[in-house]
Design a protein around this ligand. Structure first.
Ligand code: ADP
Ligand code: MG
Ligand code: ZN
Length: 475
């Protein structure tokens, strides 16, 4: 019997606001526990929420970029459950009237195009965090409410994904899109982007969906694929053994590389959703939605296409340059300064990434403007490739203006033919053996002689002229 897998992802993305969704507390990651809290996000009786406008702006931007219908009216709802990290006893979320519905995400999986529908995007506040300290005697547990009330969007994908690899591609494309939109920093380790995966299997050709399990605790791209593929095989084994898959929540154990049952359907929460009486409906005008759509930035997939079609980059280079917004912005800013996109792409992908050694580009002294200037100096023949490389390493660590440095240090290429002729003659006189060999037919010795002339000129002679002069003298 052959099976196919059906996967639907629910992704939570933390919005890049400075303050929380319903109060003025900071959202900054890594502060001491409970520093970023107030009566609102601690759920004190009588404290009232006030909606953060910027969070709505970011959520709308994400929804529009994913081609969703953004609703002019959506509703806040209380999702009720008891947990120590949830001081109010409910989470403010959206339920049957979400912010946006019916979008899609286009991706490329192993070279072929796929579209995954997005069922809905809603806004909600994050919960706090339980901290379990087994080191202390007595194994105490603590609660840190810094994260409580931080704005999230939940992006609910349709059950159309077919494998772990496809799920990972979906997550990567979503992350790239949200990062280019400046909506979410996409940091999986810090939990800014989190994924729950719903997984079921069915016989190939079946039209109804099988019973699903929900996988939690997947916090890296590697684990998305591994956890899902493990779960698919586990379910197939269950069915082939004559049993039925049980609907339950399972946790991915990254150490053991298995999923483990966490709670069954019977223990599942009944959230008793109802509209939050403390908050009016979220109302957006058609004009506001229209202008948000009109000001959407160019998305990475469109950039990649344009880099190939209009700038002449290879698909491979264009893909690398549109992976991270920081790298892409550096590239585009440099191209704005000098139109040789291919040359600039080569310098960034071959030299810059190596010199950066994993540091953020903003930490380097080289600016896009100085890279543009450097490539222009090469293109107009002012400096040789060799000089450019030396200068580049220095620009990365110490900075400076390339044209001024070239002038100051006399690094410009020697294009004066008479001067080069003199150097060539000196080199030929010192290498009589090689000259004789060349004349006897060993013409590949020319490269060696070119090298000697370049060396004698301190790397500054124009190699093209050196070649011409040498051939003339030897021929
Ligand atoms: P809930 O509110 O209980 O999380 P939903 O019906 O809203 O459930 O679905 C949530 C997610 O589960 C969606 O991403 C959807 O694609 C996925 N999903 C639903 N049914 C299945 C199934 N049988 N197999 C795999 N994924 C599923
Ligand atoms: Mg769910
Ligand atoms: Zn607060």
């Amino acid at each position: 019997m052959s099976f196919e897998a059906v996967i639907g992802l629910e992704v939570h993305a933390q919005l890049l606001t400075r303050s929380k969704l319903f109060c003025g507390c900071a959202t900054a990651f890594g502060a001491s526990p409970n520093v970023h809290t107030c009566e609102v996000c601690l759920g004190m009786p009588g404290a009232l929420p006030v909606l953060n406008r910027e969070a709505v702006t970011l959520a709308v931007r994400a929804a529009l970029a994913l081609d969703c219908t953004v609703h002019e009216r959506s509703q806040w709802a209380r999702k009720n459950y008891f947990y120590p990290d949830l001081p109010k006893g409910y989470q403010i979320s959206q339920f049957d009237r979400p912010l946006a519905t019916h979008g899609h995400l286009d991706l490329e999986v192993e070279g072929s195009a796929r579209t995954i529908d997005i069922l809905r995007i809603h806004m909600e506040e994050d919960a706090g965090k339980n901290v379990h300290d087994d080191v202390l005697a007595g194994s105490r547990s603590y609660v840190d409410f810094n994260r409580g009330g931080v704005p999230l969007i939940e992006i609910v994908g349709a059950p159309q994904i077919r494998s772990g690899a496809e799920a990972a591609a979906y997550m990567r494309e979503l992350r790239r899109t949200l990062r280019f939109l400046d909506v979410c920093d996409g940091n999986l380790e810090e939990g800014s982007l989190r994924c729950d995966a719903n997984v079921s299997i069915r016989k190939v050709g079946a039209t109804t969906l099988g019973t699903r399990t929900e996988l939690k605790n997947i916090n890296s791209f590697r684990f998305v694929a591994a956890a899902i593929d493990f779960e698919i095989h586990r379910q197939i084994a269950v069915v082939e053994a004559g049993d039925a898959v049980v609907q339950e929540t399972r946790l991915w154990d990254a150490q053991a590389k298995v999923t483990r049952a966490m709670r069954s359907k019977e223990e599942a929460h009944d959230y008793r959703y109802f509209p939050d009486p403390d908050l009016p409906d979220l109302v957006l005008t058609a004009a506001a939605i229209h202008s948000a759509r009109a000001t959407l930035p160019e998305l990475p997939a469109a950039k990649k296409e344009r880099f190939v079609d209009a700038l002449g980059l290879t698909a491979y280079d264009a893909a690398l340059l549109t992976e991270e917004p920081e790298l892409c912005r550096f590239f585009e800013a440099a191209v704005a300064g000098h139109k040789n996109a291919k040359g600039i792409a080569n310098w960034i992908l071959n030299e810059l990434l190596r010199e950066a050694r994993g540091q953020p580009l903003a930490a380097l002294k080289l600016t896009p403007e100085s890279l543009a200037e450097l490539v222009r100096l090469i293109d107009d023949g002012t400096i040789s490739g060799k000089i450019a490389k030396d200068l580049f390493a220095e620009l990365v660590t110490a900075g400076g203006a390339p044209a001024a440095l070239v002038k100051e240090r006399g690094l410009a290429q020697l294009v004066d033919t008479a001067g080069i002729e003199a150097t060539v003659d000196a080199v030929l006189a010192a290498n009589a053996g090689s000259v004789a060999a060349y004349r006897a037919g060993k013409t590949n010795i020319l490269g060696f002689l070119v090298g000697q002339v370049m060396k004698a000129s301190g790397g500054k002679a124009n190699p093209k002229i050196v070649n011409e002069v040498l051939r003339r003298r030897l021929g």
